[in-house]
Design a protein. Structure first.
Length: 523
């Protein structure tokens, strides 16, 4: 067999070495050698300096030096050194800190294990949420919210247990009758409510007045159903984005009440200013103003207890206010872009927030923790509203979808392609009391009194969109019960009265419209 020349040369050399009695594996290796001595013995000193330098570099490499430039500057300041030198970049600054830390270790000894561990933790990205200590007033508010919400939750669960005993055929008959009545809604009246688009409409708790805010900064109180102007409120200098009625506020037909809090509104002023006004409605000017947001306030919402107010703003935060002391209790971050909407659940223990980052969050007001993240929309979230069951929340988005989220299952349980364009607003019908804590409905069947009947509250919701329509959806099968067409522009807001007799909407056409049944009765 003919070998490759290079291979053959290797074999031949190996054979020759073997013939000479030399084994390469048995060659002695001398590792105990001395550096050659030069004149005056300078070489050993130089070698010792090199070894010392290598050891110093090794110890410097083991130091836990922050990688974040801001933390590097803080550490330099703690050491009493300049936080930056002329022409020094982040990498150079970090190397300088490493050298200073090494010198400090050589002078004072190695850092304690606790300090080394803390330095190591500083280099780890914090993936978990972090919490800062709040005000004592906030702690007190959280305790009050817990005391308020727990009995309501207990009553709600008891009511749900009662409803679970109702036969299925009774539920089906009940929901079918409601859906038929919803199909009878038609346009009842319309009224121009501003020189610019009307951005928000909300019914008073008694359903006799609707408040409408517009882009000019004005708020008009209109009678229901004739839409006669009862009072005009002036206080905002920009878009009025949020209106919320004080829970249980009842106004006489004249629109004048006692000098007590009845209404809250939020808006954006000129030059990026923002403000939240509290109104008694006895005067045309606010009784108090809440200031703190640095950009437009989009929505405001009263806590069910009436003691607190939540606000959403373009400054990427939502805030919680004490309306009695007009103090800011909480500045909550968590959204990467503008926060557009907030909503309390019926118990008052949870708050949902959403905005331009297309993400919704559910916050536990008793602890401050995020209990659920609503991920699924691909556009901005413009509206959120809770059902009376306390665990389902609806979200409306710029992607045209309304999605339903279940806190018990911690997931999205369904969605509707509600509008051909932005879903600007949605409202779940909550009934007279707005919760499930009152006495059951009573009915007579075949001459027999039945104290447990399905509720009308929670059986449907309304939505508005940029397709110029207002839609009514059944919460039974999520089917479209009625499409209300009449606006000549995008619809910006919608609401349903507590007795389900009326639906109000407003939009770019500068009008407020009232929709109702021909017989003037609710569902």
């Amino acid at each position: 067999m003919q070998r490759h020349p290079a291979r053959q040369a290797f074999v031949e050399d190996g054979d020759e070495a073997t013939e000479r009695g030399i084994s390469l594996a048995e060659l002695p290796i001398d590792r105990n050698y001395d550096l050659p001595a030069g004149a005056g013995g300078a070489a050993p000193e130089r070698a010792s300096a090199l070894l010392s330098q290598f050891d110093r570099k090794r110890r410097a490499a083991q130091l836990a030096v922050p990688t974040d430039d801001a933390k590097v500057r803080i550490r330099l300041r703690e050491l009493g050194e300049p936080i930056t030198l002329f022409g020094e970049g982040p990498a150079d600054r970090r190397n300088r800190l490493r050298e200073l830390m090494l010198v400090d270790e050589e002078e004072h000894g190695a850092a304690s294990p606790d300090v080394q561990m803390q330095d190591a933790e500083d280099n780890i990205d914090q993936e978990e949420e972090f919490y800062t200590e709040g005000l004592k007033d906030l702690l007190k508010a959280r305790q009050e919210i817990a005391r308020y919400s727990l009995p309501r939750a207990q009553a709600r669960v008891a009511r749900q247990k009662e409803e679970s005993s109702i036969p299925l055929r009774t539920h089906i008959k009940h929901r079918k009758a409601i859906k038929e009545k919803l199909q009878g809604f038609e346009l009842f009246g319309t009224q121009i409510a501003g020189d610019r688009p009307v951005s928000i409409t909300r019914f008073a708790p008694n359903g006799e007045i609707v408040a409408a805010g517009n882009w000019s900064g004005g708020i008009k109180l209109l009678s229901v159903p004739n839409l006669e102007e009862k009072r005009s409120l002036r206080g905002h200098t920009g878009i009025v984005g949020g209106i919320s009625w004080f829970p249980g506020a009842t106004l006489p037909s004249s629109g004048v009440s006692d000098s007590v809090l009845n209404l809250a509104s939020g808006g954006g002023g000129q030059g990026g200013a923002s403000d939240i006004h509290l109104w008694s409605l006895e005067e045309d000017t606010p009784i108090s103003t809440l200031q703190g947001h640095s950009d437009r306030v989009c929505r405001v919402e009263f806590h069910p207890s009436g003691k607190y107010l939540a606000s959403a703003s373009f400054d990427t935060t939502w805030r919680l206010w004490d309306v009695e002391t007009t103090t800011e209790l909480l500045l909550q971050e968590g959204h990467s872009r503008q926060v557009y909407t907030v909503a309390f659940n019926t118990d008052g223990s949870l708050l949902a927030s959403g905005g331009f980052d297309s993400i919704g969050r559910i916050w536990d007001l008793r602890s401050g923790r995020t209990v659920m993240i609503l991920e699924g929309h691909i556009r901005e979230i413009y509206s959120l509203d809770w059902g009376i069951d306390g665990y389902r929340v609806l979200s409306g988005s710029g992607d045209g979808w309304v999605k339903c989220w279940d806190l018990r299952a911690v997931r999205n349980i369904g969605g509707i392609g509600a509008h051909n364009g932005n879903v600007s607003d949605l409202r779940w019908f909550k009934g007279i009391d707005g919760d499930m804590t009152t006495k059951p409905d009573v009915s007579m069947e075949n001459g027999v009194r039945n104290d447990t009947q399905p509720r009308k509250a929670g059986t449907f919701f309304v939505s508005s969109g940029f397709d110029k329509n207002v839609n009514i959806y059944s919460a039974d099968d999520w089917g479209l019960a009625k499409r209300l067409s009449g606006h000549s522009g995008n619809v910006l807001s919608v609401d349903v009265s507590s007795d389900a007799k009326w639906i109000a909407s407003s939009g770019h056409d500068r009008t407020v419209k009232i929709w109702g049944r021909d017989d003037g009765e609710g569902i």
